[in-house]
Design a protein around this ligand. Structure first.
Ligand SMILES: [Zn+2]
Length: 283
């Protein structure tokens, strides 16, 4: 199968790190995208890189946007650091850019977080699905389909109940990343498909939840890779340094003529690339 081979070619490897935060957050990520970008630019065959936004909402896996267009996507995960989230909103206002927040759903049960998430929406940013409980949805973690459905569908329910009855999610970012050892978990794909979501990975990460993270590492880990189409992973967990360097990252991107936009806008512009098929992901 060509697509399976392509998966290998684009360098999907498991790069795992333990995010030894005081809150116990663990992040395991898989991301291939700089390697993918090289494949994209050097290989005339785009068989593994179907830029087909008609596939949006069918459980496709995305790791980046179109690298020929000057857009970049800053994504902010978890969001239990209230102060960091509000700081990021002020940065968005100052820089006049919009972000995508992958919020842990259960935070919405707490009034102060409800207020925070409403504020994110009010200020024009996107809130997307990061499950109810920050559940790891890979083969080694949450393994039952009903549990996966609860984690993903429950997020939507919480948003409708507490933030906006008309809210609709478009992306789910599975805690732990889009796959483990080159495989994406079937119940995750099934659920994303049923719920009309794309599965959102990322292209580059600050590793800001690493035990050793500092503002300098958060900046240096990504500063040279802020290129067209990249989905950048940051966290707003209160104790990690990403937001401290966030504005600097945005300015670095802008200085290269790359415009930060939120992922829904990117979806509407048809910028996302479906880089592996659902089926090949399971083999
Ligand atoms: Zn997370």
């Amino acid at each position: 199968m060509k697509s399976v081979e392509s998966r290998g070619e684009i360098g999907i490897t498991r790069r795992a790190f333990l995010a030894g935060t005081a809150a116990g957050a663990v992040s395991v990520f898989l991301n291939p995208v700089d390697a993918l970008a090289r494949t994209f630019t050097t290989n005339s065959s785009t068989e593994s890189l179907i830029s087909a936004d008609k596939l949006a909402g069918t459980g496709r896996i995305i790791g980046r946007g179109d690298i020929t267009k000057p857009y970049i996507f800053f994504t902010i995960d978890d969001c239990y650091g209230i102060k960091a989230v509000y700081e990021s909103l002020d940065i968005g206002d100052r820089q006049e850019v919009k972000f995508t927040y992958f919020v842990i759903g259960k935070l919405l049960r707490i009034p102060v977080y409800r207020k925070m998430v409403r504020e994110i929406v009010k200020r024009g940013h996107r809130v997307e699905n990061h499950t109810v409980d920050h559940a790891m949805l890979g083969p080694r973690h949450t393994s039952e389909l009903p549990k996966v459905r609860f984690e993903i569908g429950g997020f939507l329910d919480l948003m409708k109940e507490y933030v906006d009855p008309d809210y609709q999610d478009h992306f789910v970012r599975p805690p732990g990343g889009v796959g483990i050892d080159g495989k994406t978990f079937e119940p995750l794909i099934d659920t994303a498909k049923t719920d009309h979501l794309d599965i959102a990975g990322w292209s580059i990460s600050t590793n800001g939840t690493s035990r050793e993270a500092t503002p300098a590492t958060s900046y240096n880990n990504v500063k040279d890779r802020l290129k067209n189409g990249r989905i950048v992973l940051l966290h707003a967990n209160g104790i990690n340094p990403d937001i401290a360097v966030f504005e600097k990252l945005i300015i670095t991107a802008k200085d290269q003529g790359i415009n930060p936009i939120d992922m829904l806008t990117g979806l509407e512009k048809g910028l996302f690339v479906h880089y592996i098929s659902h089926n090949s992901a399971l083999k």
